[in-house]
Ligand binder design. Structure first.
Ligand SMILES: Cc1ncc(COP(=O)(O)O)c(C=O)c1O
Length: 556
């Protein structure tokens, strides 16, 4: 049996509205077809109903993205339907003897009426938004009110049967509610949500504000990880006491005993995430609870006591709010968030620590692609390995990054941007690219290596898979041999390749260098899917595209 679907009260209410609208729409369709008036067009009635029912399904299942071609046809239908409804009345008027405007005046009047009817239609605005990936629900809501007024005056259809007035009014009211509440909820109505965990009272965070705020850097020269904000979050773990003393304090050095275990045995884990200053003036975090869940996965593997994930997200929010003036606002910039935990027991001896520090620091970072997305050249690494099954590869442990430095340095010395990591046993299967997950677009399938223990489960990777599947692509997570990719590239069947990660979002791969052979991908140009994915993800992160999956957390 699957998990129960837990819906909030608002979601239940909206689900009720949508279901009632579906019933009303079907009833209106049946009645309209049964009681056709001479002015009505059966084609228009059916078109209108199909359009509304599709929109309702879209509301109920926002993860469902009908194919663009379908939407195009529906939009066309939506445009044609209103004129078809009013056309018979105009034909009648123009044929009658008392047409004072003459044929030209009639054509002008008809054109103006048709255009106005189309522009006033909320469905038109909603579909415009769906097709252009913009959030137009509120605009549709406003037009829905206009339509409601017109419909209630009985002006639009000239059809004043009791059922059309009742149905039009009820349906317009229902749609208006949906249009306006949708962006507020920004969560799929029938999305399965996690059962609410038992709520422990949150610890109080102590605040100590800096007395000497630093000068903020020039936003056009930020680079990555060069500047740090005025404050940091700290929390200690001591055996017997658990995690305690959460505090936001001025950013500065942390005193460590030279024997601190993290310095000797590398018991350290970290996370990487970002806060975005959105176009609507809000600050957004992208799936922060996923990062904290992954931090606990790393903690478990490195014998670090688990943190309270909800509290950690709360602490990050508080820190970001404290230093909100540091969030850069220029295009493509963001605030990088680095939570990390390290062992501080002053003891030279290999064992799990009893004393640790959880720290979060913030760094304003520049656009990753100031000159647009440039495909990178990749060196296929057949000598060094990053991780092996049973090791730390699936965690974000500092040790993984130490082991990657040598290969990266050598690849860069030869003019390559990153290395393509192969599995540590057979050196045959592709794992990651640099510090990113990797995707290959073949003719009928998009493949990303399956997470089998040595690959970090990227949050961007997870998001890319969901988006691509939502667009109707077949995305497979499976072992992917290097030779399969090379053969496909040689046969012209490798359409695109890209890396995915928080820093770059997606990074197009333009060429693979393997054993002296150089293979170009997509003529070293960014592919259409890579570009679309980049636009979609960054649109959600910067708040220019509606977040229908509830991925972003607005923190004010
Ligand atoms: C080794 C490695 N793989 C993959 C990723 C991508 O993970 P995410 O998408 O969560 O940033 C990262 C980035 O942090 C990484 O360091």
């Amino acid at each position: 049996m699957g998990e129960p679907t837990l819906l909030t009260k608002k979601q239940k209410f909206l689900a009720g509205v949508v279901c009632s609208l579906i019933v009303l729409e079907l009833a209106r369709l049946a009645l309209s077809l049964l009681r056709m008036t001479e002015n009505a067009s059966p084609l228009a009635i059916v078109l209108g109903a199909v359009l509304n029912l599709t929109l309702l399904l879209k509301f109920l299942l926002p993860g469902w993205r009908p194919h663009r071609k379908w939407l195009g046809w529906l939009l066309a239908a939506g445009l044609v339907a209103p004129p078809l409804v009013v056309a018979p009345s105009f034909v009648k008027i123009s044929q009658s003897g008392n047409n004072p405007m003459g044929p030209v005046g009639m054509i002008v009047l008809v054109s103006i009426t048709f255009t106005l009817t189309m522009l006033l239609s909320p469905q038109f605005h909603l579909l415009r938004g769906i097709i252009r990936n913009k959030s137009t629900e509120k605009t549709a809501g406003k037009f829905s009110i206009v339509m409601l007024v017109i419909a209630s005056l009985g002006l639009l259809l000239g059809d004043t049967t009791w059922y059309s007035v009742v149905f039009n009014t009820l349906i317009s009211v229902g749609f208006t509610i949906l249009y306006f509440t949708w962006p507020v909820l920004s969560r799929p109505i029938l999305e399965k949500i996690e059962p609410i965990k038992e709520n422990k009272p949150m610890q109080q965070i102590r605040f100590e504000r800096t007395a000497a705020p630093k000068q903020k850097p020039d936003q056009s020269k930020l680079g990555f990880g060069n500047y740090f904000t005025d404050h940091m979050f700290l929390m200690n773990y001591d055996e017997g006491q658990g995690w305690h003393d959460p505090r936001i304090v001025p950013y500065g050095p942390i005193a460590l005993d030279p024997a601190a275990m993290c310095l000797h045995y590398g018991q350290e884990v970290f996370e990487g995430m970002k806060a975005y200053f959105s176009v609507d003036g809000n600050i957004r975090l992208f799936r922060p609870e996923e990062n904290m869940a992954r931090l606990n996965l790393s903690n478990d593997r490195l014998c670090i006591p688990a943190i309270d994930e909800a509290f950690a997200v709360h602490a990050i929010e508080e820190l970001v709010k404290t230093d909100r003036d540091w969030i850069p606002t220029q295009d493509g910039t963001s605030l990088y968030i680095r939570p990390f935990i390290f062992a501080v027991d002053p003891q030279v001896g290999v064992h799990p620590a009893d004393h640790l520090i959880f720290c979060v620091i913030l760094s304003p970072v520049g656009a990753y692609y100031p000159e647009g997305l440039n495909p990178i050249k990749i060196f296929v690494e057949e000598n060094y390995v990053r991780a092996v099954k049973g090791g730390l590869g699936f965690t974000k442990a500092a040790a993984n990054y130490a082991s990657s430095l040598k290969a990266q340095q050598e690849a860069q010395a030869q003019g390559f941007s990153q290395v393509l990591w192969l599995d540590g046993v057979e050196r045959r299967y592709i794992e990651e690219v640099g510090t990113m997950n990797v995707f290959f677009v073949f003719e009928n399938e998009i493949v990303t290596p399956a997470l089998q223990g040595s690959i970090l489960g990227g949050i961007t990777r997870k998001s890319c898979i969901a988006i691509l599947r939502g667009w109707g692509y077949t995305v497979t997570e499976r072992p992917l041999a290097l030779e399969e990719v090379m053969d496909a590239a040689k046969a012209g069947q490798l359409k695109e390749a890209f890396g995915s990660g928080t820093a770059a979002v997606v990074c197009p791969i333009g060429a693979l260098h393997c054993g002296g052979e150089n293979l170009g991908v997509n003529n070293s140009e960014i592919g259409a899917i890579t570009q679309r994915l980049y636009d979609e993800l960054t649109g959600i992160q910067w708040g220019t595209i509606a977040d229908t999956r509830g991925w972003t957390k607005v923190i004010g």
